[in-house]
Design a protein around this ligand. Structure first.
Ligand code: G6P
Length: 612
């Protein structure tokens, strides 16, 4: 949510900032802006409403803005509509402090009133302008350093922020501060870089510093000094990023989403292989002792969006393979819910970014309650990865499209591995059964490849159906979990209203929405439930529905009921969702393309939701 970049070095800053913002546009794209300083001259602030391209046009791709030190921002609006006026950077009345911000200042009204009483005027509706003017106020009040002023402001601000500031009297420096919103810093060849996320600086350096909560930094040219809230200097160890810069490029695909759909075999294989030792699923490296695993009486899976849908699937798989009761919860609910305490619980937080505000808050709540926590996270060094007791890294590489595909698929595999490992440790699964399950998992990457070879039929079907007003997805058991994800993919990138229903629930309301020609997509991979779901298909067909069936090769009877059927390879039913989801992703993709929409950057959404 909102992307931040900063550069302080010897090259021209504007082009580097715009390039970094291009890599972060998935975080928000309703307006963008940069502020660049050329030595001791006043900073130049340029902003534009809409996509980053507008800002690029306005600045001749950065060439019309001189200076080697600057900050930039791409916005996902929270306070104030998307407009040039509300776009960042914002600045204090006399241009003394200029800054950009990602996050939400919860007490901005109260702070604004205080500043108004002290003579400040406000030109935008943003909480960011308040934060910047508060820093300016303390800077002038105490006549100290920028670090002192920021410290005073941080003590007063409630909420989350990644703040990046420039001070008129320190033209060769950038100052940053962070609480609960992501921010990384990097140094290479006497130059410094700031960003919300790794892809923005990957081509300059792979050595990055993760600034901690309530910490600050002074960013000079090629040197960074870190401070705690008391203003004392602190040391932060650099971390090396393994992702290569190409992974964050489109590599010939028209959209990141299609590229990432095609990267799923690799993401799944890499994630699986990280959990296999000597031919067995072995997660001992997570640091959970076997005794501990045997002791768990309850598992909570907590996540948001598609990661929550992984949790729904994992609930079926883990309960089935381990006999441990599993409860899957939306992080935004879990964090505020009263949980009767059972210390023998494991809380699994699933998050691609590792920064989702609700998931992070849920993790902290679990820790406060002394529950053991395990993060399934894609971004190394992210907040959830750092704060969870144990971390299982998915190896999906950088995911850029807002609609997740390869991260979702590798999260599924991670939960499958947890299910097999726990099942084996607890004696629920025999060695033979574990070997059989692993064998099935090993085949998933090549089975996904096979689905991807045959995508033209789906493209044709999507083009024919893309004017649909409503689409319903039905399935039972793990197929229901697949429909949740299929429906979310469709609605988020094609803007077609869609809903997923447990097939057995149809009769309790939704069936009244079925009209002549309404598209109903039915997922049927769970052998013992297929007949039941077919009955539900017949029920909606007799009310006029147009039916698509998604099933495994061999179930050719489905063609007797469905108007269009697509097939995935056969596998162990626990893992069929890893295959069923792929045609659903492709369908959503082709719907969006047929409707002429921006697949990678759907309206109003952001990839990483770092605000509540
Ligand atoms: C956003 C993204 C989704 C993602 C969800 C949770 O809504 O668009 O693709 O599933 O956030 O994100 P996380 O980074 O925690 O997995």
């Amino acid at each position: 949510m909102c992307g931040i970049v900063g550069f302080n070095g010897h090259h021209e800053a504007a082009e580097i900032l715009l390039d970094g913002l291009t890599k972060l546009e998935y975080r928000g794209y309703d307006s963008a802006g940069i502020a660049v300083r050329d030595g001791s001259k006043d900073a130049k602030i340029i902003k534009a409403k809409g996509r980053l391209d507008h800002l690029k046009e306005k600045t001749d791709n950065g060439r019309s803005v001189a200076g080697t030190c600057g900050i930039g921002h791409t916005r996902w609006a929270t306070h104030g509509e998307p407009s040039e006026n509300n776009a960042h950077p914002h600045c204090s009345d006399d241009g003394n402090v200029i800054g950009v911000h990602n996050g939400i200042i919860e007490n901005y009204q109260e702070l604004k009133e205080k500043l108004v009483r002290n003579g400040y005027r406000f030109y935008s509706e943003t909480d960011t302008e308040v934060a910047i003017k508060l820093v300016d106020y303390y800077y002038k009040k105490y006549l100290g350093t920028p670090v002192d002023a920021i410290n005073h402001a941080l003590v007063r601000i409630r909420g989350s922020y990644a703040l990046e500031l420039m001070f008129k009297e320190y033209p060769e420096e950038i100052y940053v501060a962070r609480k609960d919103s992501p921010m990384i810093l990097g140094v290479a060849d006497g130059e410094s870089f700031v960003a919300s996320d790794v892809p923005a600086i990957l081509k300059h350096t792979r050595t990055v510093y993760y600034i901690g909560n309530l910490q600050m930094a002074r960013v000079g040219k090629g040197e960074i000094t870190f401070y705690n809230l008391d203003g004392d200097e602190i040391e932060i160890e650099p971390k090396t990023i393994e992702w290569d810069a190409e992974a964050a490029e489109k590599s010939g695909y028209e959209h990141f989403m299609m590229k990432e759909i095609h990267e799923q075999p690799k993401a799944v294989a890499d994630t699986l292989h990280s959990a296999v030792k000597d031919g067995k699923v072995d997660l001992s490296e997570l640091g959970l002792t076997e005794e501990r695993i045997r002791d768990f009486q309850q598992i909570y899976i907590v996540a948001c969006g598609s990661a929550y849908h992984v949790g729904v699937a994992a609930q079926y798989t883990i309960e089935d393979l381990t006999d441990i009761p599993v409860r899957v919860e939306l992080a935004s609910e879990f964090r505020y819910r009263h949980i009767p305490l059972n210390e023998k619980s494991l809380v699994i937080v699933i998050s691609q970014s590792g920064e989702t505000a609700d998931s992070l808050a849920a993790l902290r709540k679990a820790k406060e309650k002394n529950l053991t926590t395990l993060g399934i996270v894609n971004v190394v060094g992210s907040s959830i990865a750092r704060e969870a007791d144990h971390v299982f890294y998915t190896l999906a590489g950088p995911e850029i499209a807002v609609a997740t595909t390869k991260a979702y698929s590798s999260q599924l595999i991670a939960t499958d591995c947890i299910a097999i490992y726990f099942g084996s440790v607890r004696g629920v699964l025999s060695d033979d059964r574990c070997a059989e399950l692993l064998d099935a998992l090993e085949k998933i990457p090549q089975q996904i490849e096979k689905i991807l070879e045959d995508k033209e039929r789906l493209q044709w079907f999507a083009a024919k159906q893309s004017n649909a007003h409503d689409v319903f997805f039905i399935g039972r058991g793990l197929d229901y979990a697949a429909t949740l994800e299929g429906s979310l993919k469709l609605k988020e990138i094609s803007y077609v209203h869609s809903e997923a229903y447990a097939a057995g629930e149809l009769k309790h309301g939704t069936i009244s929405l079925i009209e002549d020609g309404t598209l109903v997509i039915s997922v049927l991979t769970q052998k013992r439930l297929i007949e039941k779901t077919v009955s539900n298909m017949v029920e909606v067909k007799s009310r006029g529905a147009y039916l698509m069936g998604l099933t495994t090769y061999g179930n050719y009877d489905i063609e007797d009921v469905a108007d269009f059927t697509t097939y995935v390879p056969d596998t162990d039913p626990h893992f069929a969702i890893s295959l069923a989801v792929v045609p659903l992703q492709l369908l959503a993709y082709y719907f969006s393309v047929s409707r002429g929409l921006d697949v990678d950057k759907p309206r109003n959404l952001a990839k990483s939701v770092t605000v509540e």
